[in-house]
Design a protein around this ligand. Structure first.
Ligand SMILES: NC(=O)c1ccc[n+]([C@@H]2O[C@H](COP(=O)([O-])OP(=O)(O)OC[C@H]3O[C@@H](n4cnc5c(N)ncnc54)[C@H](O)[C@@H]3O)[C@@H](O)[C@H]2O)c1
Length: 325
C-alpha cells in the first residue's frame, strides 16, 4: 500500500507520518509513505527527522498546485491524506491570495490527479471553522457552511470541491472537520506555541479582545487517530467532525499556560481583537464516535503539560522558526 501525505512536513501532517511509520496504525503497518510538501515557512524537514531513515518514507519537495509534480507522486498511490494548506487565519486577513491558490486550486489539482490514478481513498483534512461561529450548541456535519475568514472560506471552497468530485465522478473521498489542535511541532505563530515560547523568553502574551472567544482543544495525536479511522473505515462521500472535548475561553487557556510556565497575569497584554473574530466553535463529533468508535484519549491538562515541556526542551526546533536562523 502507498499513502500520499500532502503537507507532511507541517504540524499535523508530520505527526500523522511519524505515528504511521512508528506502527501507530496497524492496518497501515506495511504502507510506504510519500510526503509531498512545498516547505513553506510552516513546513520543515526537521519535523520528519525522527523517521527520516525509514526506508518506507519518501520525501518530495513540491507544490500541490503543480499538476505535473502531483501526477508524478500520485502514480501508484492507494490512499491520499491531504493536509497541505495555508493554515493561519491572521495571515489570511493580511492577504488571501495564497490561501485561495493553495487551499482551493491545490486541492482541485490533487483531486484531478487522484481521479486519474484511481485511488481507493482520499481523506481531505478540513476544519470546524467552515461552519462559522456558534453561540450555543454544537454543529453536526449537516450544518450549512458559513465561513467568516478568508482562511475558512478557502477551506470551505476546498470541501465543496472534494464533495463535488465524489458526487460527479464517484471519487472515494471523506472530509474531516476538526477543532483546534495542539501538541509538539506546532509552528510558533499559533496561540499555544506562541504564548508558551513568549513566556519561556520572558515576553508578554497578546490576548485578543475581551478574551472570551471559545475554542475546543484537540490533541494532535487524537486528531490523527480520528483521521486514520476515517481513512480505514469512513464511508465514501461522508463528512466526519473530530473534537477534543475541552472548551475554553482564550482567557482560561491563557491562565493555564501562565500557570504551566510559572508566570502571572502581568505577562498578559490585551490587544485589539482579530478582524471578524469568530466567537465560538463547537463540533458535534457523535457521528465519528458512533460509526467509527472514535474518542479522544489525551486529557487536556496532561496534553498541555507535555506540550509545554516539549517547547521547553526543544528550543533548537522553534527558535529558528520564530526568530530566523
Ligand atoms: N492546526 C489546527 O489547529 C487545524 C485545525 C483544523 C484544521 N486544520 C487543517 O489541518 C491541515 C494541517 O494543518 P497544520 O496545522 O498542520 O498546518 P501547517 O501550516 O503546520 O502545515 C501545512 C503544511 O503544508 C505545506 N504546504 C503549504 N502550501 C503547500 C503547497 N502549495 N504545496 C505543498 N505543500 C504545501 C507547508 O509547507 C506545511 O508543511 C490544514 O489543512 C489545516 O487547514 C488545522
Amino acid at each position: 500500500m502507498q499513502v500520499l501525505v500532502t503537507g507532511g512536513a507541517g504540524f499535523i501532517g508530520s505527526h500523522y507520518v511519524r505515528s504511521l511509520l512508528r506502527g501507530g496504525y496497524p492496518a497501515f503497518a506495511d504502507a510506504d509513505v510519500v510526503v509531498l510538501d512545498l516547505l513553506t515557512y510552516a513546513g520543515t524537514r526537521t519535523n520528519l527527522a525522527p523517521v527520516a531513515d525509514d526506508p518506507r518514507l519518501r520525501f518530495v519537495q513540491g507544490d500541490i498546485r503543480d499538476a505535473d509534480a502531483v501526477a508524478r507522486v500520485m502514480a501508484g498511490t492507494d490512499v491520499v491524506v491531504h493536509f497541505a494548506a495555508e493554515s493561519h487565519v491572521d495571515r489570511s486577513i493580511a492577504g488571501a491570495a495564497d490561501f485561495v491558490s493553495t487551499n482551493v486550486v491545490g486541492t482541485q489539482v490533487l483531486l484531478q490527479a487522484a481521479l486519474q490514478s484511481g485511488v481507493s481513498r482520499f481523506v481531505h483534512v478540513s476544519t470546524d471553522e467552515v461552519y462559522g461561529s456558534i453561540d450555543e450548541g454544537s454543529w453536526p456535519e449537516t450544518h450549512p457552511l458559513e465561513p467568516n475568514s478568508p482562511y475558512s472560506a478557502s477551506k470551505a471552497g476546498s470541501d465543496l470541491l472534494v464533495r463535488s468530485f465524489h458526487r460527479t465522478h464517484g471519487l472515494p473521498v471523506c472530509i474531516t472537520r476538526c477543532s483546534n489542535n495542539y501538541g509538539p511541532h506546532q509552528f510558533p505563530e499559533k496561540v499555544i506555541p506562541l504564548f508558551v515560547t513568549n513566556l519561556l523568553d520572558g515576553k508578554k502574551v497578546p490576548l485578543y479582545g475581551d478574551g472570551l472567544n471559545v475554542r475546543d482543544w484537540l490533541h494532535v495525536d487524537d486528531h490523527c487517530r480520528g483521521i486514520q479511522l476515517v481513512a480505514e473505515k469512513g464511508r465514501d462521500g461522508e463528512v466526519y467532525n473530530i473534537g477534543g472535548g475541552t472548551e475554553l475561553t482564550n482567557s482560561e487557556l491563557t491562565m493555564r499556560l501562565l500557570e504551566a510556565v510559572g508566570a502571572d497575569g502581568s505577562m498578559v497584554e490585551r490587544v485589539a481583537d482579530r478582524l471578524g473574530h469568530d466567537r465560538r466553535y463547537s463540533v458535534d463529533w457523535s457521528k465519528i464516535a458512533d460509526e467509527l468508535g472514535y474518542a479522544p484519549r489525551v486529557p487536556f491538562d496532561e496534553g498541555l503539560a507535555a506540550t509545554v515541556a516539549w517547547y521547553r526542551e526543544h528550543r533548537a526546533w522553534w527558535e529558528p522558526l520564530k526568530y530566523g536562523s
